[in-house]
Ligand binder design. Sequence first.
Ligand SMILES: Nc1ncnc2c1ncn2[C@@H]1O[C@H](COP(=O)(O)OP(=O)(O)OP(=O)(O)O)[C@@H](O)[C@H]1O
Ligand SMILES: [Mg+2]
Length: 542
Amino acid sequence: MPSLKASRLGIVKIRQARNEKGWGWSIDQDDTCFVEASKVVEPEKNWQSGGPYADGVSEGTWKRFLAGRQAISAAAFKAYCQILGLNWQEVVDRRTQLNHNTSTDWGDAIDISAFYGRSAELEQLERWITKDNCRLVALFGMGGIGKTALALKLAEQVKENFEYLIWRSLRNAPPLQEFISDMIEFLSNGQGTDLPESSDSGVSRLLGHLREHRCLLLLDDFETVLRGGELAGQYRGGYQGYGKLIRRVGEERHQSCLVLTTREKPTEVSSLAGTTLPVRELKLRGLGYEDAKRILQTKGFSNLKRGSEELIQLYRGNPSALKIVASTIKEVFNGDIYQFIDQSTLVINDVIINLLSEQFQRLSALEIEIIYWLAIENYPVPLPELRANMQFSGTSSSQLIVALTSLQRRSLLDKESMQEVEEVVFTLQPVVMKYITNQFIEQVCKEIRAVIKTKSLIKLVLLRSHALVKEQEDDELKAIQIRRILTPVIEKLYVKLKSADLVEQLKEVLSMLKGKSPPTVGYAQINILNLLSMTENQLQQP
Ligand SMILES: Nc1ncnc2c1ncn2[C@@H]1O[C@H](COP(=O)(O)OP(=O)(O)OP(=O)(O)O)[C@@H](O)[C@H]1O
Ligand SMILES: [Mg+2]
């Protein structure tokens, strides 16, 4: 069954069209959209409010269509676009159309337009997968080194050997059951949509599919489910099931392959991997000089004699770091690489974290405010929405545009344009997104601790200007924000405070905010309320 999903820009268009029509995510109040979509799919029948609806038209497919995270049947996809007044060709992620003999679902994989080198790595990985029939392959390496880009290239190269190809990022930390039912739904062509009773039985069902069909599963950003900053390879609370999943995929007999990319190596991979075993690992290093040079060239450095070798060594051929630093050298040092190297203070090992923290120091207050909002949003945001978010900051449109242009020049931002609606949407580069989200969480925790300690609201800055969870109708996006931001904030606060104490102290902060004017409070009250209700919920759980 052919299936389609929306591109990143398509999702924004769908969101706008849906708002204009006033159609929500749920059909509780109004099911016009399902009746209308059914008429498109099967025009000869007489469809009525209340259902049943045409094949492929249901609340589930509508939600998946709106979220754009999974492919749905092509007929339903086209019908939903039509009733929203959209041209489906302009909404669809074209990669879901390139089906050949393989059913593909690229999830929200990025596009790789320019890709240099890596031929040895690609050859080795291809051999592992197609000749040695490896069941589990882990690609690991530091942030920005090119894991995602390489995995995408690899997938393109080997996909003809598989019946199914599915790409998923764990960057929104989906609970294992949700992740598995998403996989099973795709691999069973939309049949097995019910949630598995337990994650163990879900993993067993998934393995059944992996035995029956030759599938290539690509799992990006695996480190999201690992506990950062502690002993490498341990899982975050509630995500241990992912460990069991990869252990079973590595150990049990089947004809498929799971490729994962991660900044940190999970313990299962260390214990299962071996050169003659069906589980392999590849540590990805930087690009070689010639390939790294081409990255600098695409950033507008044509004469690369002076200093380029030192620069590439300094950043260990990390393509992401080189892209960002090239922009800085152009902007701040007038393109003079030597001058930049002279002033550079690169000491710590992780070049990308070091570089991003240096970049962060350079940003203006307004730029920081914007990138934190883009990190909260997670998906591309149109300008008017960004402005609406920043309602308490008193920034004019022209100031906002100047700051956005500056962020773009620094290569921290992706700007995409939707020509037909003359609208531009903004988002952060994936590597930058991870860094800024962590930075935001750190900073918010610091503020909360400071307010609790000093019993003064002076230190409340980000909690006033930014929403930890944006109020929105869309439940799925809200759940993602809770997992990405609210939960990690609480987990961090717990490290130093007992949960019962945290509840008391959050209540105290809330009472300090009482009676203050709206501009003084900003988002602080709703943020504290959200933190409070989540902490209380967790307290009630056994
Ligand atoms: N071989 C390459 N040629 C050209 N550009 C590359 C190459 N590899 C990576 N890049 C670019 O470098 C940037 C970072 O790459 P990528 O997102 O793959 O890194 P990553 O290792 O997955 O990072 P993270 O740990 O944050 O997920 C992207 O803009 C990507 O397009
Ligand atoms: Mg990546």
